[in-house]
Design a protein around this ligand. Sequence first.
Ligand code: ZN
Ligand code: ZN
Length: 146
Amino acid sequence: MNDRQQSHAGGCACDAVRYRAIGELRPVIACHCSQCRKSLTNYGAFTAVARGGLEIDDAAEVTWFASSPGVRRGFCRRCGSTLFWDNAANDYTSIAAGTLDQPSGLRQISHIYVADKADFYEIGDDGLEQLTQGQGSDIRPRRGER
Ligand SMILES: [Zn+2]
Ligand SMILES: [Zn+2]
């Protein structure tokens, strides 16, 4: 398969926002940070596509919240679904994995910010790597491999 022709579609809960991610998607990383806890009810699950690979059908329906300097979270202005996470310093855009149309064909590979997780759940013994904090340079989408 030609990676450059890969395309995944997704959207928010009310379908006001539909998008396509063109190109290889990174495997899913579960983020247990406080921002995800508050905005996503518990922890976030994100994939990512190379910057420029995200096509949003009606970008006016997406509201961007500056969650920290240089970082913004995009959500549907109608239903509130978190869709995107974007750090201007990165060469990729993160996509909330749960918003992808199923089947996504993706696998989860790790947990990050596990030190910040809420106290009411345990991360299951799923054999995946657990990182106390984030892992900036290693969470970009891989190109040309699967
Ligand atoms: Zn919506
Ligand atoms: Zn997070």
